[in-house]
Design a protein around this ligand. Structure first.
Ligand SMILES: N[C@@H](Cc1ccccc1)C(=O)O
Length: 552
């Protein structure tokens, strides 16, 4: 029984394997001998393989034969033509059926004959033939009338059966098709037992240098050949200028990097400047306090945040600003009554892995406001991006040092979360802030619509939400046509005066900001439903190499 493909691995007696094992030279010799006897080979699928009475009809055998033909052809010992065919091969399940019988036959075989031996209970059957076979096979075996119930158990209902599925599998395996025809093949394809495969076969004729003895051609011209004069009579192997080179291994960009680059381009095109976000480690002050996150907030718990143990304490933040921040927390100010809870310096100085890139935004906004405070500080000279695009400007306004800014960043954040298919302890945030005089919530919503439209998402919904540092706050939902539901894509809001005023911004300067996940749109773009396929040690490298570029 010749078995191709997968099945051949399990059947070392198969002809294909025999073909593969014949030394390439033996196969070449066989082709030459056959040509010598018959003048030509009309169809290489009829070649008789030595040591086996089977035909070399399978695709794998033809591939091996092609290698031999090419080798003989390069020496012009033969000529050949290629013919294409469509044939079928077994899937792993089909191959198993070819070997062990169909699920229903395996169920039948596991049962005692009626009246002989103890009936097998369904639970026992599962143990004998496995869950899958027991599940699929029982139903079909009943339907075929092969098995019957006896008490709580099952017994054979027929002394012998004909396993048509197994026979079909064996027929496809040996011939690549079924005599029963296309309808039967289509049925097996639907059951995922066989798949179509393109194949080829060849017609072979004698070439100008035909001979039944294979002289091994020389591949190198050596010093020895030149001095002895042997080069004059030697036959040299022809160069194969058509041979394809070995594919070179190049680097490949990870899908996250591709999506990141596309988003980056959208921001740059919209006149945004990129914030420096290289500090993964921040202090409680910049990550939370500067953002008016109360010191008792649950996000500041070890359950949610990774704290550093060495060093555990940050350098002190700028003194005056620190005092204004602690004051607004404890006692309020700028129209706020604050949290009225005692200020804790230790909490503020704790070092942690930033839980959001809003820590970087806060630092940047503090630098942006330096001119309003009349200070020159390091980092304040920065390309702050184009203006928000608002046209009404108050003319004749006294210069209070403010200049508008549009900033974005895409970088990593860390959260002490339980990991599952969609959550990791670290991920990327796409963050941004826009600062200008008189910005309103409408500017934020308008920005979101423009930004997401550039990513090909036009259906957006906004839902009121809560952040300690923004009021109002909006969660952004996008309609996902594949999932057929609304998915949360971001969080945003207008920064509170309790955050902006201590930095020194004039009252009429408003700032809106947002945070969007990078992983979620990437998973949607590439149809990935487990985050571990995207990040971590289980990422299949081929996926990364083959992932297409993204264009929003
Ligand atoms: N920091 C918020 C996102 C956000 C940024 C800026 C303003 C409002 C919300 C988050 O991590 O979800």
């Amino acid at each position: 029984m010749p078995v191709t493909g997968i099945a051949s691995l399990a059947r070392p007696d198969s002809a294909v394997l025999t073909v593969a094992l014949i030394m390439a030279e033996q196969l070449q010799q066989l082709i030459l001998n056959t040509l010598n006897e018959s003048g030509s080979i009309q169809d290489t699928r009829t070649l008789v393989i030595p040591g086996s009475s089977h035909q070399a009809a399978s695709n794998d055998a033809q591939i091996t034969i092609l290698g031999a033909l090419n080798s003989l052809d390069s020496r012009e010992m033969i000529k050949y033509e290629t013919h294409e065919t469509l044939s079928h091969v077994l899937t792993p399940e089909g191959a198993q059926i070819a070997l062990e019988g169909s699920h229903e036959a395996r169920v039948w075989a596991a049962l005692p004959a009626k009246g002989k031996g103890k009936p097998v209970t369904p639970a026992e059957l599962k143990k004998i033939v496995g869950d899958e076979t027991a599940k699929v096979g029982q139903g079909r075996a009943f339907k075929n009338g092969w098995i019957a119930k006896e008490g709580d158990g099952l017994v054979k209902n027929k002394p012998s059966i004909e396993d048509a599925t197994q026979q079909d599998m064996r027929e496809v395996d040996s011939s690549g098709t079924l005599k029963a025809g296309e309808k039967a093949l289509a049925e097996l394809r639907k059951r995922k037992l066989i798949v179509q495969r393109k194949g080829q076969w060849f017609t072979v004729h004698k070439g100008p240098n035909f001979s039944t003895s294979i002289a091994k051609p020389e591949t190198d011209l050596s010093v020895e050949m030149m001095t002895s004069g042997k080069w004059k009579t030697a036959t040299f192997k022809k160069y194969n200028f058509e041979a394809e080179g070995i594919p070179t291994n190049g680097g490949a960009l990870h899908p996250l990097l591709k999506v990141r680059e596309e988003m980056r381009n959208i921001f740059l095109e919209m006149g945004f400047a990129e914030m420096p976000t290289s500090s993964f480690v921040e202090s409680g002050f910049w990550c939370f306090d500067a953002l008016f996150v109360p010191q008792q907030h649950p996000a500041r718990d070890v359950q949610d945040t990774f704290f550093l143990s060495d060093p555990a304490v940050s350098l002190p933040p700028p003194k005056d600003y620190y005092d204004r921040v602690s004051k607004v927390h404890e006692h309020g100010g700028y129209g706020s009554m604050g949290y009225r809870a005692p200020w804790n310096d230790t909490e503020s100085r704790k070092l942690l892995l930033r839980t959001h890139t809003t820590a970087s935004s806060a630092k940047m906004l503090y630098k942006l406001a330096a001119r309003c405070r009349g200070e020159t500080i390091e980092g304040a000279e920065f390309d702050w991006g184009g203006t928000s695009g608002r046209v009404e400007r108050k003319e004749g306004l006294q210069d209070d040092g403010f200049r508008p800014a549009k900033l974005f960043s895409i970088d990593r954040v860390f959260r002490n979360e339980t990991m599952d298919a969609t959550h990791l302890a670290e991920f990327h945030q796409v963050e941004g802030v826009v600062a200008d005089r008189g910005l309103t919530l409408a500017d934020l919503i308008g920005f979101m619509r423009v930004f997401f439209k550039k990513m090909g998402i036009e259906n957006l919904r906004f839902k009121p939400a809560y952040n300690p540092y923004t009021e109002p706050s909006l969660e952004i939902f996008a309609f996902h046509p594949l999932l057929d539901r609304w998915v949360e894509v971001g969080n945003s809001g207008m920064f509170r005066p309790e955050m902006l005023a201590p930095m020194g911004f004039p009252k009429d300067v408003h700032v809106h900001g947002w945070g969007i996940s990078l992983e979620r749109p990437t998973m949607i773009r590439y149809g990935i439903n487990n985050i571990r396929t995207l990040v971590g040690h289980k990422v299949p490298i081929e996926n990364v190499e083959k992932a297409p570029a993204v264009r929003f």
